[in-house]
Every structure is written in C-alpha cells, then in structure tokens.
Design a protein around this ligand. Structure first.
Ligand SMILES: *Cc1c(COP(=O)(O)O)cnc(C)c1O
Length: 409
C-alpha cells in the first residue's frame, strides 16, 4: 500500500492527480460544489433530458410496474418487453435492422469489438478515439493500428499496410469527445468498403444533437426508403449541416443513452446477424445484469422527445456557434471544434488546472482535461454547451474568458 501512496504523490506532483468533487445540488445547467453554485459547462446532458419532467414521469410509471432492477442477465430472465421496445425504437430511429442494449456505452464497445475481431485480425482506429475503443481493441487480441486524427488518407495507408490480416475493423467516432470536431465519415466509410474492412462508428456525442432529426451523423439519409418502418418522419432539417457528406452505410453504429438522451446505458445497432452474434458472443452483454427498467424508460421517453422537438437542438446549436466564434475572436485556440464541445488548448497540466480554478472562482465549472485522457502537452479546458444554457450564461462566460485574469499560456 505504501507503493500506492508514492504513486499517488507522484501524480500529484505532476498535476495529474484526479479526485472526485462532490456535487450537492444540480439543476438546469447549474451545480453546487463546496457550497458554491456554478454554471455547469461540463455536462454531456446536451438537451437537458436528464431532469426533464416528461422523462421523470415515464420512469415513475415504469418503476411501479417493473421495479428497479432487471434482476438477472438478459439471457436468463432479465430481458423484458420494455428492453425490446427500446431496441426496436433505437433501430428504427437509426435506420438499422436491429439494436442491442448494454449497461453502458463503454461496455457496448467492449462487447462489440471483442465479438468481431480477435488474434490474427486488425483494428484500425483514429488516434483520438475514446478510451473504451482502445480498451476494447486491446482486449480483443487483434493488432491495433492508429491513423492520424481525422485523416482519411492516412487511414488508407494503414488499410493498404494491413491487407494480410484476416479481418479488419475500421473505427471512428463521428464527433470527437475531446476536440469537438467531426470525422470525415463519407471518406472513411468508402475506404472501408473499398478495402473490405468492417466499418464501425461511435456516435456517443452526436446522437440526439446532430444529423437530421438528431439521428446522428451516420444515419442513412433521408430515412424514408427501405428499412424505414414507421415512427416519426423526419420533419426538421438539422441545425447547420456538418461538413462531410455521404455519411450512411456504416456496418455498425454504437451509441450511448447517457449523453444527449440523459439516461444511462449503451447500445449497438446494425444488421440482424450482427445483433444475434453479440447476443451469443459479447461477454459484457452476457455476463452482466440487464439494464435497469428505470434507465430503459428514461431513454425511451427521451428518444420520443428528441424526435418531436427540434427546438432544444437549435438553441444548443445557436449558443455553441456563438461561443466558438467569440472564443476564437478572443484569441483562444479551440482546435478545430465545430460542435457543442469546445476545447481551449492550454498546453501543460498546470496551466489547464490553473485556468479551471480561476473559472471556478468566477462561478463556472469546466474541467481541466489532462493525460491520460489527452496526450501530454495537449491539456485543455473543455466547455460542453447544453440546451439548458442561456444567452446570458454564454455572455457571462465570454466576459470572464476575455479578462486578463486568465493567462493564455
Ligand atoms: C462517453 C463515451 C462512451 C461511453 O459511454 P458511457 O455510456 O458513458 O459508458 C463511449 N464512446 C465515446 C466516444 C464516448 O464519448
């Protein structure tokens, strides 16, 4: 145990130690830490659905009927009609044949990748892919290859180099969680097809927010033809078109219920064979208790709201466009953010921590992001804008960011 303490001390010296901050109160885009109310710019609750009264009411009703826990693995007796209804709704929403729920998005990635590839195979990832994708690739036993961030040409070089592997899985996020930029989805999915790799896209931060009707950036569009089996028809254009075209035809889509949908849990969507394969192979599905009925009900209600109401998405878009533009004009490096996720690149961990601390003193909560979440020297503050923020929240934040109290180096 003394070794553990020495290691913790070392982390502390390098400004890399993490600790839990206890939130004692949370409401619309606000939270209280150490007795101090702060405007929260750290949440993935992009549409405010985690505390939406319609979602909470839906959960109440399901709790009365189904109780709190799923009580066993889905393959034993923990698979209910509400699990199935949500899977059907997710598949229809995304224009896929089938979907499968997992307890978290992290576990969806673990189960999916380890079911599809193993020794003798290759996993090809964007350099900035989320830890769950890297862990999944490592656990699978396949060889891991990375290509330069957002660089389809480099991905093609890797595809050429890996021609001898038995099976190849090309993975990207659609909207990157730490940089807030989009992947070149059209180019990547074309490459996967051309080089006969399986294509997989993680839509964790895009679903509910981006794409026509919030379907994410990889949904076949428009969703009217084959495979479309009712549900709410697309009625609203998405707020402002992301830069890449030709985004459909991904073999596998992963998403989470715990960001824009405000609940908890993850899912995979794709072909019927894919889902049947996961039911038989994915250990993070088989050997764990089914998703809690409360989470299922919350996600189902949230999914309906997303399809019916485009206003929160538009408001979010408007606020984040403004914050990005004005931060740039103030001279901050926001990398290539194009979304509601807006990083401020600061360099070393100490600078990022100091900036987070000053923001907190000024009444804003936005975390310092440090290694191992990002590469050393790329520490940053990350602002996540949500539909619960107001124009005034953005004004106030911009005023603080423009003040000289915040050092820019
Ligand atoms: C957050 C995230 C996940 C994990 O989702 P959880 O449901 O929180 O486990 C997976 N992939 C990406 C890209 C994420 O950002």
């Amino acid at each position: 145990m003394t070794n553990l303490q020495a290691e913790l001390n070392q982390l502390e010296q390098k400004c890399l130690k993490r600790s839990l901050r206890v939130v004692t109160e949370a409401s619309s885009a606000r939270l209280t830490i150490d007795g101090k109310p702060l405007v929260n710019f750290s949440s993935n609750n992009y549409l405010g659905l985690a505390r939406d009264p319609r979602v909470i009411e839906a959960v109440r009703q399901v709790l009365d009927h189904w109780g709190v826990g799923a009580t066993s693995s889905r393959l034993i007796s923990g698979s209910s009609i509400i699990h199935q209804d949500l899977e059907d709704a997710l598949a229809a929403f995304l224009g896929r044949k089938a979907a499968l729920l997992f307890p978290t998005g992290y576990m969806a990635n673990l189960g999916l990748v380890t079911s599809l590839v193993g020794q003798g195979d290759a996993v090809i990832l964007d350099r900035l892919c989320h830890a769950s994708l890297i862990d999944a690739a490592r656990l699978s036993g396949a060889r891991l290859f990375v290509y330069r961030h957002g660089d389809a040409e480099d991905a093609e070089k890797v595809l050429k180099r890996t021609a001898d592997y038995r099976r190849r899985l090309l993975i990207t996020e659609s909207l990157f969680s730490m940089n807030g930029d989009f992947a070149p989805l059209g180019a990547l999915v074309d490459l996967a097809r051309r080089y006969e790799a399986i294509s997989m896209v993680d839509e964790a931060h895009a679903m509910g927010v981006w794409g026509e009707a919030g379907r994410g950036l990889s949904a076949p569009s428009p969703l009217m033809g084959e495979g479309w089996d009712g549900g709410v028809r697309p009625s609203t254009p998405h707020p402002s078109p992301p830069p890449q075209g030709g985004r459909g035809d991904w073999d596998v889509v992963v998403g989470t219920l715990s960001k824009a949908l405000g609940s908890q849990g993850g899912f995979v969507a794709g072909s019927r064979e894919l889902i049947d394969t996961l039911v038989n192979r994915a250990r993070s599905f088989i050997y764990t208790t089914g998703l809690s009925p409360a989470c299922v009900a919350a996600a189902q209600a949230a999914l309906s709201i997303v399809q019916e109401d485009a206003a929160p998405r538009r408001h979010l878009q408007k606020l984040s466009d403004r914050l990005r533009e004005e931060l740039c004009m103030q001279g901050w490096d926001i990398l290539h953010s194009e979304s509601q996720i807006i990083p401020i690149l600061l360099g070393d961990a100490k600078a990022a921590l100091a900036c987070a601390e000053r923001l907190q003193q000024a009444g804003f909560f936005a975390p310092a992001i440090r290694p191992p979440t990002v590469h050393a020297g790329e520490c940053r503050i990350r602002f996540s804008v949500t539909a619960e923020h107001t124009e005034k929240d953005i004004d106030d934040l911009l005023r603080v960011m423009s003040s000289r109290v915040l050092s820019k180096s």
